[in-house]
Design a protein around this ligand. Structure first.
Ligand code: NAD
Length: 294
């Protein structure tokens, strides 16, 4: 079977192109979609992510400011900053880059961001609305997976979907999107995690497997049926002396091993990865657009 490669670069470009016209309409009405990104500490991966977000915003004409703070920033100062950003009408979205240094309480920070500006979709109000099937900001990576499915006309309706991983930012919102009574949803969803006894017993029944475990080779060819669709959310650095950087990026699925068995699969890199930032941009534009309906 020759597998369809689900190209996140193409889908993210499509999302961004659609946003351009929406941004132009907003700008014509005097609204410039604006995003505040708060970065605390010197986690190298966080710096890369934030740079990429800034670049994507600039390319689209979204006003984005990255506010960088020392790792020693106190909870009080961070809380006050978020209060100020909540009150600042210029910003339609607030994103605090995670993980935060250990002494800072991530839950407290997430809950302090106004749900109206919660473009990451992590606030309990956003999560609650998602569970209830109400319009809300959806966590960007799962939202990106949904865009890939739609773009390639892979309708989960009536299908068995297995998600591996139950994190708040990927696994849980993914679950909550897929079982909804909605277009490109209506799936029967199973969620597997570290305490699942026999993951393969579940994945073998799946029409679509979404793997977000943070571990290479979590999903292998012997665990799936012929013709399955595999969405690989994982991004793992593995040592690779043949590359200039000394490492390669791989997903959570055994891509090479799965290729001859799947009907479609996302590569890593170039699959789900590019979608996350595109969906952050989309959420920021949606947030800016809500001003018109107020
Ligand atoms: P996490 O560590 O918060 O959660 C991982 C989940 O997988 C946990 O619920 C855990 O129970 C489960 N798990 C771990 N090992 C397992 C195993 N062997 N079998 C079954 N379940 C297992 O990670 P996360 O934030 O959800 O991210 C998951 C992966 O997705 C990581 O590789 C991360 O880098 C990647 N990620 C990518 C993007 C993107 O933009 N593409 C965004 C977020 C996360």
């Amino acid at each position: 079977m020759s597998a369809l490669i689900l190209c996140g670069k193409t889908v993210s470009k499509n999302v961004k192109n659609n946003l351009k016209s929406e941004i132009a309409i907003l700008k014509a009405k005097g609204i410039v979609p604006s995003l505040a990104v708060v970065l605390v500490g010197d986690n190298p991966a966080s710096h890369v992510y934030v740079r990429n977000k800034q670049k994507a915003a600039e390319e689209l004409g979204i006003y984005s400011v990255t506010m960088q703070y020392d790792a020693s920033m106190s909870q009080d100062v961070l809380n006050r900053l978020i209060d100020e950003l909540n009150a600042d009408e210029h910003f339609h979205g607030i994103l605090v880059q995670l993980p935060l240094p250990k002494h800072l309480n991530e839950n407290e920070v997430i809950q302090r961001i106004s749900p109206d500006k919660d473009v990451d979709g992590f606030h309990p109000v956003s999560v609650g609305k998602l569970v209830l099937g109400q319009d809300t900001f959806v966590s960007c990576t799962p939202a990106g997976v949904m865009e890939i499915l739609k773009f390639y006309n892979i309708d989960p309706s009536g299908k068995n979907v297995v998600i591996i991983g139950r994190s708040n930012i990927v696994g849980k919102p993914m679950l909550n999107l897929l079982y909804q009574k909605a277009t490109y949803a209506n799936a029967t969803v199973t969620i597997c995690h570290t305490r699942t006894k026999d993951i393969a017993a579940h994945t073998k029944q799946a029409d679509i497997v979404i793997v977000a475990a943070g571990r290479p080779h979590t999903l292998t060819a012997d665990m799936v049926k012929e013709g399955v669709v595999v969405i690989d959310v994982g991004i793992n650095r593995i040592e690779d002396p043949t590359t200039e950087k000394g490492y390669s990026l791989v997903g959570d699925a055994d891509y090479e091993g799965l290729l001859s068995k799947v009907s479609a699969i996302t590569p890593v890199p170039g699959g789900v990865g590019p979608m996350t930032i595109a969906m952050l941009m989309k959420n920021t534009v949606i947030s800016a657009g809500r001003i018109l309906s107020k």
